[in-house]
Write a protein that binds this ligand. Structure first.
Ligand code: ZN
Length: 156
């Protein structure tokens, strides 16, 4: 039996080697761009929202395995979800990534609990990253870029 860390490493490498939802989307999908200068990671997120639900999402960019696998997992996790669910998932993921915000995370977790569909799934593989603070920015880059894309959505 492989250990949990081996399993997590496998999941991260799988998303890095075979990224999900890779590509671009034409307008009216919104586009946002994120950059992590500490590591040289770049992410572009294309977000197509119809009736408050993520109809489609594509991710482009380049960088380290953590940044790119996190982007792949993010795209997989938010596709088909409502914006409320996506917000809950972002909070949950950022809570997992931030040791300092553990208390805030506990409070946010109650809010996230209102949306029972929100599960981290493969994303839990990234929790080992918190042991390496410099990599946290790699793991959260896709999520911050997603938030930026959501902020650029036209008002419903
Ligand atoms: Zn990186």
């Amino acid at each position: 039996m492989p250990g949990l860390e081996d399993l997590y490493r496998e999941i991260i490498l799988d998303h890095y080697r075979t990224p999900r939802n890779r590509g671009e989307l034409p307008p009216p999908a919104v586009r946002a761009e994120g950059h992590n200068p500490l590591c040289g990671d770049e992410i572009q997120v294309y977000l197509d929202v119809v009736d408050g639900v993520v109809h489609d999402i594509k991710v482009a960019g380049s960088g380290c395995s953590i940044s790119q696998s996190s982007a792949s997992m993010m795209s997989q996790a938010v596709k088909g979800k409502s914006l409320a669910e996506v917000n809950a998932l972002v909070r949950r993921f950022k809570g997992m990534m931030s040791i300092e915000d553990a208390e805030a995370f506990a409070a946010e977790d109650d809010a996230a609990a209102l949306v029972p569909e929100v599960k981290l799934g493969d994303l839990e593989a990234l929790q080992g990253v918190v042991k390496f603070p410099v990599r946290i920015k790699c793991a959260t880059l896709a999520w911050n870029t997603l938030l930026q894309a959501m902020s650029e959505l036209p008002a419903a």
